[in-house]
Ligand binder design. Structure first.
Ligand SMILES: Nc1nc2c(ncn2[C@@H]2O[C@H](COP(=O)(O)OP(=O)(O)OP(=O)(O)O)[C@@H](O)[C@H]2O)c(=O)[nH]1
Ligand SMILES: [Mg+2]
Length: 255
């Protein structure tokens, strides 16, 4: 009998433990050491788990969101173009809030998602105790606690990823921005969606794309004309010229 196949990508901030998880699952040893300017590699490995053959992809860690970085673009393009069956968002439980910013972006990408709440040993030693059920409820995404360096939580993590894949689950929540922004997002969605009965435009989720257009970080293969009036109206109503940092701030408020 041939194995069932599934492709799982690991995404997260830098230093959260993605490569430890990747190395542990695949038995491969990825060199750790990305630095600015260096082309960051995407590592791929494979393991057998139950009756599944799982391809695991280790994506580059994301350092900062103060500007749109190349690691972020690699991660985003991989997820949206290669469409892994499930994305595991690895979080550092000891610096959770900082990590949630990326989680919100992954939720906006409407990709099937599971969260590995990693480094809970470190969090506990700092006196941080996270209610995983509550976190999962708030985000609308399953959350599995893990301690990568001890290999703890990996079976649960893979089982949950397979569950999400088999059930075709997507993140359950929509991130709500303030009214002015939501209005602009709505208008752009309608404009993109007019000649497009699909939920996607050139493969991109429409709401996600609308937000990226407002941020000015839309993918290079997308050019949507005639949005100047919507953007100007938004800038006027919120009295803000820099929409990228405005939306970033809004996302931080949600996180
Ligand atoms: N205490 C503790 N340390 C961990 C855990 N998981 C990973 N680490 C440590 O965290 C550091 C970063 O781990 P990596 O796996 O390299 O992190 P990464 O997410 O791949 O980082 P980038 O490749 O830079 O994005 C290493 O020193 C690990 O030993 C954990 O569960 N508990
Ligand atoms: Mg790594």
């Amino acid at each position: 009998m041939s194995d069932k196949r599934i492709r799982i990508a690991l995404a997260g901030n830098a230093n959260v433990g993605k490569s430890v998880i990747f190395n542990n699952l695949t038995g491969l040893h990825q060199h750790i050491g990305n630095w600015p300017g260096k082309t960051v590699e995407i590592a791929e490995g494979r393991l057998k788990f139950g009756d599944y053959l799982i391809d695991v992809i280790d994506l580059p860690g994301i350092y900062s969101f103060s500007s749109f970085s190349s690691e972020e673009e690699i991660t985003r393009d991989y997820i949206l173009k290669n469409r892994p069956d499930v994305v595991i968002n690895v979080l550092d439980a000891s610096t959770l809030e900082r990590n949630l910013y990326l989680t919100l972006q992954l939720i906006e990408m409407e990709t099937p998602l599971v969260i590995a709440l990693n480094q809970i040993d470190l969090a506990r030693s700092k006196g941080i105790d996270i209610d995983t059920d509550r976190l999962s409820e708030i985000l609308g995404v399953p959350v599995i606690p893990t301690i990568a360096i001890k290999g703890e939580g990996f079976s649960e993590l893979l089982e949950k990823a397979i569950y999400v894949y088999e059930k075709g689950l997507k993140p359950q929540k929509k991130i709500e921005y303030r009214t002015e922004l939501e209005d602009a997002i709505d208008k752009i969605c309608r404009r993109i969606g007019i000649n497009n009965k699909e939920e996607r435009y050139k493969g991109y989720p429409i709401r996600w794309l609308a937000i990226k257009v407002l941020e000015g970080t839309e993918p290079k293969d997308v050019k949507i004309e005639g949005l100047d009036d919507i953007i100007k109206h938004l800038k006027d109503s919120i009295k803000e010229k820099d929409l990228f940092s405005y939306i970033a701030t809004e996302r931080y408020l949600v996180a």
